[in-house]
Design a protein around this ligand. Structure first.
Ligand SMILES: [Zn+2]
Length: 144
């Protein structure tokens, strides 16, 4: 049965197009405490090792796999699902395009992450404003 997200069906071709990056997420997935399928995506949560390795992000998405150091709230999951849709659009090109957008932001005097076009498209400014204040455990953690 096709997986649905926001009333639309994820096509098998979208999984195939994003598969090279989903494979990266699948390789990392066993190293997270909890795994579940939601809205056609594998969500992996709970890991302390990324922080010990210097990782400062809260969550990151590779294709149809979302990796998060802690349990995702709905707002953050929605943000990551926009990245999934970006992978479905750009496939193997998404990560190079994301990195180019980071470089463009930085070269333009902005921040490589906060001013990245793909993060803005995923609603990062609104999400940071809504999710982070008052939540000490997540303060300072970036979203992927
Ligand atoms: Zn993001």
């Amino acid at each position: 049965m096709p997986a649905r997200f926001n009333g639309r069906v994820r096509s098998p071709l979208s999984y195939l197009w994003a598969a090279p990056w989903s494979a990266v997420g699948l390789i990392a997935s066993p190293f997270f405490r909890w795994r579940r399928f939601e809205r056609g995506v594998l969500v992996c949560e709970g890991a302390g090792w990324p922080g010990r390795l210097g990782w400062r992000y809260r969550a990151i998405t590779f294709g149809h796999v979302v990796l998060s150091v802690d349990a995702l709230d709905e707002a953050t999951l929605r943000h990551e699902l926009v990245h999934v849709a970006q992978y479905e659009k750009w496939g193997p090109l998404f990560v190079p395009l994301y990195l180019l957008a980071s470089a463009r932001a930085a070269l333009g005097g902005g921040h490589h992450y906060r001013d990245n076009h793909f993060e803005h498209a995923a609603g990062l400014p609104a999400l940071r404003g809504a999710a982070l204040p008052g939540d000490q455990s997540r303060r300072g953690k970036k979203l992927g």
